[in-house]
Design a protein. Structure first.
Length: 176
């Protein structure tokens, strides 16, 4: 979980109508009938990848779940250097995706993130973890954040979501 899905489509002559999908490591495997058109395949792949990712997102609903995810991301992208004291979901963030208080090493994530793809949630966690190493949004801070391979795509996703929902980020904090 956490990375953009690598998708493998398997066509089967024995399948007549059913389509199914499952996660195999970092890959999502989509099983479709061999007779399906390219257009139908594209539609079903999008639908089934979204379904698998939605079921995986439900795993990150508790504070314990995001703690474990943050620890994994901290190890992978920060070598364990960005250790928070706490990370939790909050309902009171209406214009920010997350916030970090370096002084007490606490991180808060907006509950608005919960239905979003896991790689977007991971980006916000990485962004807030980076604040434990660099409080501001300077060059060094972005150097840490850009270790996450989907940082730019996730920022674009969040900007698009904000625009569609007509929720503007706070001035000067467009990335928080």
């Amino acid at each position: 979980m956490g990375e953009l899905a690598d998708v493998e489509v398997r066509r089967s002559k024995r399948r007549r109508r059913t389509v199914s999908a499952y996660r195999d490591g970092e890959r999502i495997v989509v099983l479709i009938p061999a007779t399906m058109s390219t257009r139908e395949e594209a539609e079903w792949v999008e639908t089934m990848v979204a379904k698998v990712e939605k079921s995986e997102r439900s795993v990150l609903q508790s504070d314990e779940d995001i703690w474990e995810r943050a620890m994994s991301l901290n190890d992978r992208y920060f070598g364990g250097l960005a250790m928070p004291n706490s990370i939790r979901w909050v309902a009171n963030q209406k214009s920010r995706w997350g916030s970090c208080t370096p002084g007490d090493r606490s991180i808060r994530l907006s509950k608005r993130l919960q239905p979003m793809p896991s790689w977007v949630v991971d980006y916000v966690i990485v962004h807030e973890l980076a604040h434990l190493l660099e409080p501001g949004h300077g060059e060094s801070f972005w150097g840490w954040v850009e270790r996450y391979p989907h940082a730019e795509r996730a920022k674009g996703y969040l900007l698009g979501w904000s625009a569609a929902a007509r929720v503007a980020p706070p001035p000067g904090n467009e990335d928080d």
